[in-house]
Design a binder for this molecule. Structure first.
Ligand SMILES: Cc1cc2nc3c(=O)[nH]c(=O)nc-3n(C[C@H](O)[C@H](O)[C@H](O)COP(=O)(O)OP(=O)(O)OC[C@H]3O[C@@H](n4cnc5c(N)ncnc54)[C@H](O)[C@@H]3O)c2cc1C
Length: 760
């Protein structure tokens, strides 16, 4: 999280989480440049490491062993992780255009997005073949293929198109794995038939004759039918046709031929090579724009034509990191000269590998063990990080090159640290940022942001009463857009839990001071996320206040409307014995984000938690009300137990929670078991005195989760038992996939403690 220790002076944006960028992130994590903020935009949180993919396909590695957790890596590097897809560049404005959020500005940009298959020139290939690239999504495609082969009765013919290292390695890895799969199913592995087709006269044309022969022998021994000089020029359902007129029948076709650049690059104005890859100089800067760099498969070094292989992308990481650093510091860049010869360790799927370097070639099971050792050591660099405390002080003077105006703004931002907080953000910055927003229009908003005044004026329609609520909290993630969404959703939760409709909101914002352009963008990103959520709830943003402070924070005062006869109000009291308790969303955000801050959470756990936090309670509340909910509340800081006690007390009832039935976010049980708890947990645990069987329950693995504070949590409601099943079905259809009955309402007993935990 950015703080006042050092304002952001320059933004380096990394598009794609490829092999070069993971190296850049690690290097910046080890040696940060004060004042430089890194942002990585990637459509995946888990990015595959190509060197271990054949081993994964063969079944030697697990999913997690071959994927780098970009979210954790970014957290270590102090970088913002933006899970999104870049769709274009506005190079004049210096912005990356993204699929799901406002454009992200950059001062220096680097592109490492890998390559995409060029299948469209072969009729039928797109429809009937499974492309190996892009590397993201490969796992899904592979799992589907695996499923089909398992189900396919009788002989299965698999054709791999492409005789380079990727095609050969993949054929052998798939064959090894699929034969094992059939054996496990009690079937004959010889039902599998493999064909390998290449347009060249030989396989592995970029390797020496000794390596080629070694693989020709392995392929022959393993019964793979090799088709050389067999350029595939047409694919149809179950068939391949080659330029020489040969036809190969195949149930599965896997495409591992030359790949090119993503189509969106054509609109960037960057010079591309014949395959659509970005042309770069020896400094890895694009030949067109010195602010834009590229590396890995997507880069085409004009002076060094390289193979599209992960090994080159990895090697480009260190020089890329060095040149990005030099670029923001205004220093001369260093040219990178790739090695003429490199070592390739190509596996045969069965824990055996062949080494190839220039004219040299050797092989053995020991080569595979050596490769395995190298690959695992590489992966450890991205999963085991040195202690964060050992990094250089964030307060070190920045070496970033600034112009005069920027330098003056930076000095005043740093001075704010001593001068105290709470100053208002400059009017120009604010009006520019807010001017770009489009809050929803409502007839009952008489004076709002469309005609700003000292205060907003909204009408309460006849027959309606007003519902007020306010929430405010510090940013717990580095992505301001997503934080804006969560903050707005959290604030709206109280309105929906009351059974009300949201009408208008005012925002209270704290931003760390910095260069005007950076503050403006921060506001824009955060408020764009918030506006999306408010607009979706038909809630008009009518005003707000923005001040400077140590940390980014956002809150909303929200007004809602409800029928003034109070008939539709959903209160915390009102639960009736015999009813069941329904929870609409899973719990666990407190422990997960505590773990995230300590680099102990997997990125995909955080993705799922954020998705849950961004899911509105609006439809859930309507559904609960329609199914006769007698009481309702939204889960926030006091955790499940705290909020349930707030309901049982005014209702004059007791309740039972079934721990086994609790919907829990993925990872939360692991982080709780590791003793990682939110800083709010101890205050919530005081409420254990409300538990009748606390002593008995304390050792249960899910016990800590009933105290876990929630951000933008789900709704907890009491529903007549006979309506529960329908209600759950309806909630799930509305997208609350983990909604569950988590307990029941009991008549008030003699015991002082109102809550019983059911343990099994
Ligand atoms: C099954 C398989 C096995 C392979 N085996 C080997 C091997 O053993 N050795 C070897 O050297 N090479 C191997 N390769 C080739 C290797 O995977 C590629 O050469 C290498 O991955 C290229 O690395 P990269 O850094 O350029 O990009 P990638 O590794 O492709 O990473 C690109 C990243 O950018 C993301 N991205 C893409 N577009 C966007 C966008 N628009 N916005 C945001 N994010 C985006 C992707 O999701 C991905 O995370 C293999 C490939 C496959 C598929």
């Amino acid at each position: 999280m950015q703080s006042l220790d050092q304002p952001v002076l320059r933004d380096i944006v990394l598009v794609g989480g490829g092999h070069s960028h993971v190296g850049v992130l690690r290097r910046f994590g080890m040696h940060p440049v004060p004042g430089v903020r890194l942002t990585v935009i990637c459509r995946d949180t888990d990015t595959p490491y190509s060197g271990m993919l054949p081993g994964y396909i063969a079944g030697h590695y697990s999913y997690d062993e071959v994927h780098i957790d970009l979210a954790r890596l970014a957290q270590f590097a102090g970088a913002r992780f933006v899970r999104d897809e870049a769709l274009g560049l506005d190079r004049d404005a210096g912005k990356v255009l993204c699929r799901n959020r406002p454009p992200l500005p950059y001062d220096t940009l680097s592109i490492n997005i890998g390559s995409t298959p060029q299948m469209s020139d072969v009729p039928g290939a797109t429809e009937y073949a499974v492309p190996v690239k892009p590397i993201n999504g490969f796992n899904e495609r592979w799992q589907r293929l695996l499923g089909r082969v398992r189900k396919h009765a009788g002989a299965t013919r698999i054709a791999v198109v492409g005789g380079g290292a990727g095609g050969v390695e993949l054929t052998l890895a798939m064959q090894y794995r699929l034969r094992n799969e059939l054996r496990v199913l009690g079937r004959n592995p010889d039902e599998l038939r493999f064909h390998l087709l290449t347009g060249s006269a030989t396989i592995l044309p970029t390797h020496n004759a000794c390596v080629r022969r070694a693989f020709e022998r392995v392929l022959a021994a393993r019964g793979v039918e090799l088709h050389c000089n067999a350029e595939v020029n047409r694919v149809s359902a179950g068939h391949l046709q080659t330029a020489g007129g040969e036809t190969v029948d195949a149930d599965e076709i896997v495409w591992v031929t030359r790949a090119g650049g993503a189509p969106w690059l054509r609109g960037t104005g960057l010079a591309l090579d014949a395959d659509g890859c970005i042309q770069v100089t020896d400094t890895l800067q694009t030949v067109t724009d010195p602010k834009v760099f590229a590396a890995g498969d997507i880069a085409s070094m004009v002076n060094y034509p390289l193979e599209k292989a992960g090994v080159f992308a990895v090697r480009q990481g260190p020089p890329l990191a060095e040149n990005l650093r030099r670029a923001v510091e205004g220093r001369a860049l260093k040219p990178y000269h790739p090695q003429r010869r490199w070592l390739a360790l190509i596996s045969t799927g069965d824990r055996y590998a062949v080494a190839s370097r220039g004219a040299l070639g050797f092989q053995g099971a020991w080569v595979w063990r050596w490769k395995d050792w190298i690959d695992r050591r590489f992966m450890r660099k991205f999963s085991q990080f040195p202690s964060m405390e050992t990094g250089p002080a964030k307060t070190a003077p920045s070496s970033v090159q600034l112009n005069q105006e920027e330098a003056a703004q930076a000095i005043s931002a740093i001075a704010m640290r001593c001068g105290g907080c709470g100053a208002k953000v400059g009017a120009t910055v604010l009006s520019r940022a807010l001017g770009a927003l489009a809050p929803v229009d409502r007839d009952d908003v008489l004076i709002g942001l469309h005609a700003p005044d000292d205060a907003a004026v909204v009408r309460v329609p006849p027959g309606k009463a007003m519902v007020h609520t306010v929430d405010f909290f510090r940013a717990f993630i580095d992505d301001p857009y997503t934080f804006g969404k969560v903050a707005a959703n959290h604030a709206l939760g109280d309105i929906f839990a009351m059974g009300a409709e949201a009408q208008s909101a005012t925002a209270i914002v704290t931003v760390p001071p910095g260069l005007e352009a950076k503050v403006e963008d921060l506001l824009l990103q955060m408020m764009s996320g918030a506006i999306e959520v408010l607009n979706d709830a038909h809630c008009a943003l009518v005003g707000g206040h923005t001040g400077e402070g140590r940390e980014l924070a956002l809150g909303f005062a929200v007004n809602g409307l409800i029928d003034d006869d109070m008939a539709s109000v959903l209160r915390k009291g009102g639960m009736r014995p015999g009813e069941v308790l329904i929870l609409t969303k899973p719990i666990g955000t407190g422990t997960l984000f505590a773990a995230h801050a300590r680099l102990e959470a997997r990125g995909r756990w955080i993705d799922a938690a954020l998705a849950s936090m961004c899911q509105s309670n609006r439809l859930g509340a309507q559904c609960l009300r329609a199914h006769g909910a007698s009481a309702c509340t939204d889960l926030t800081g006091f955790g499940l137990l705290g909020h349930l006690v707030e309901m049982t007390r005014p209702s004059g009832v007791d309740a039972e929670i079934d721990l086994a039935a609790l919907p829990i976010l993925e990872g939360a049980e692991e982080t709780v078991a590791a003793g990682i708890l939110s800083s709010l947990q101890p205050a919530n645990v005081r409420l254990r005195r409300a538990l009748r069987n606390q002593q008995e329950a304390v050792g249960h693995p899910r016990y800590p989760l009933i105290f876990d504070p929630q951000t933008a949590g789900g709704l907890l409601a009491s529903i007549p038992q006979e309506k529960a099943e329908d209600c759950l079905r309806a909630l799930r259809a509305l997208g609350y996939r983990q909604a569950a009955v988590i307990g029941r309402v009991l008549p008030q007993g003699e015991a002082l403690e109102p809550i019983v935990l059911r343990l099994r």
